[in-house]
Write a protein that binds this ligand. Structure first.
Ligand SMILES: [Zn+2]
Length: 440
């Protein structure tokens, strides 16, 4: 990266002095990246189970992680640091125009069981490192920058995924407070025991007119950037998912005595469908379909499968693309069953709409990536993120950072390099420097 002051903006003119003060040069970005890696390592010392990284909502390790994040924010020079009613860690760094709505960023700091140290946490630590740079040089962004460490996204303890971001979005499900964990602890009691105030959750919902945008930095959790040899990518859309459980019923029969032409084999019918799912979903870019569960209940070696059950998971950046694929798959299931004399029962278990990133924020992320010297590319997110919830109240944008180790995530092998973290810090600073609230 060249010194920030020499950069031109999209070839159309000089970067303003105020913008230049918010950019990081190569050395500063690299140092920020190294700081993020060290912080992630330190944060990973807090775990529910020694020997692995597991941090579930409001466990002692979770409380320690929360304290550590607040401490980092204070040391970085945030103007205000607090914990909200659900346990989110919130840091505010005042902008030059205090009346302008805030640019909100952040991600989650809880983990899955035996998870990785960057999933979610990168999106909290990276903005803290950039604010530390700003505070050290007295630089102020135009909009107040608010960094949120979401207390709960993975749903490990209460099966309550997106608990924390739903509180900010004003769509918190208050029925969850009655839910108990595996040890029978009620969420409401647990929150109170840690000094949180469930009755104040509704008041913590953000006024959409006070949020200019929500942006999230996250590891890709996949192999696309790694394969392409690129550190950063702008996210085009968070894929929506539809899931269906399919139960096929044929006729069980003797594997030795029933001639092939006289069988109603539910397993063979399912096999046809699995291959159709693969073919249909491979026919369009960014469409993915998976049969992740496939079982012959009560099956045995010498019996023709009388029943077969399988799951379907179809995702795409556009709901219409996904729905058309699912429609074709269901039509194929009907045709296969008809031809083979099989009965079929469908249970639709999930329908989450895609959350497209705002076109103006996508363009701003592409420009920010370009400012680090990398070619700008876009990719959809196959996994769900806090930004999906925040999309209910604000335009969203996301930056993906390359994962090493084949792109593995939700796994202790999950890794990123300090160099890539540095590139992400440079891109984040460039994004903040040139941020313009998108039209809505
Ligand atoms: Zn995550």
């Amino acid at each position: 990266m060249a010194p920030a002051g020499n950069r031109t903006r999209d070839g159309t003119g000089e970067v303003t002095a105020a913008e230049a003060a918010l950019m990081l040069d190569t050395g500063q970005a690299r140092a920020a990246g190294e700081r993020v890696i060290a912080w992630a390592e330190a944060l990973a010392a807090h775990t529910d189970h020694p020997g692995q990284l597991t941090v579930a909502y409001l466990t002692p390790a979770h409380r320690q992680a929360s304290l550590e994040l607040r401490q980092r924010m204070r040391e970085a020079g945030f103007d205000e640091v607090l914990e909200d009613a659900v346990g989110n860690v919130v840091g505010r760094y005042r902008g030059r125009e205090p009346d302008a709505p805030a640019l909100v960023t952040g991600s989650h700091f809880d983990t899955v069981r035996d998870g990785g140290r960057y999933d979610g946490r990168l999106g909290v630590l990276l903005p803290i490192a950039v604010v530390a740079e700003y505070a050290a040089r007295g630089a102020r962004p135009r909009h107040t920058l608010e960094v949120v460490g979401f207390a709960e996204e993975e749903g490990l303890r209460f099966h309550s995924a997106f608990l924390a971001s739903s509180a900010l979005a004003g769509s918190f499900d208050f029925g969850l407070l009655e839910r108990t964990d595996a040890d029978g602890t009620r969420m409401d009691d647990l929150m109170r025991a840690h000094g949180l105030a469930p009755e104040a959750i509704a008041g913590g919902a953000r006024d959409p007119s006070r949020v200019a945008a929500f942006v999230e930095v996250h590891i890709e959790q996949g192999p696309v950037l790694l394969e392409r040899g690129l550190a950063l990518g702008a996210v085009s859309s968070i894929n929506g998912a539809r899931r269906v459980m399919v139960r096929l019923r044929g006729v069980a029969g003797h594997a030795g005595t029933t001639p092939m032409a006289m069988r109603r084999d539910a397993g063979a019918a399912a096999a046809e469908v699995v291959l159709f799912v693969e073919r249909r979903c491979a026919s369009q870019p960014d469409l993915v379909g998976t049969v992740g569960m496939l079982a012959v209940p009560g099956g045995s070696t010498n019996v023709i499968p009388g029943a077969c059950e399988f799951s379907l998971d179809v995702r795409a950046p556009q709901d219409a693309v996904r729905d058309a694929a699912l429609e074709d798959i269901l039509a194929e299931i009907a045709a296969v069953c008809e031809r083979r004399g099989i009965a079929c029962e469908l249970e639709h278990t999930m329908n989450v709409p895609a959350a497209p990133c705002h076109p103006e924020l996508r363009a701003q992320w592409r420009a920010a990536i370009e400012a680090t010297g990398q070619a700008p590319i876009e990719l959809p997110s196959g996994a769900g993120h806090d930004a999906m919830k925040m999309a209910e109240i604000a335009p969203i944008g996301m930056l993906f950072v390359r994962c090493g180790a084949g792109g593995i995530s939700h796994n202790p092998l999950e890794t990123i390099t300090a160099e890539d973290a540095g590139a992400a810090a440079g891109a984040f600073a460039a994004f903040v420097a040139r941020f313009r609230a998108p039209a809505r």
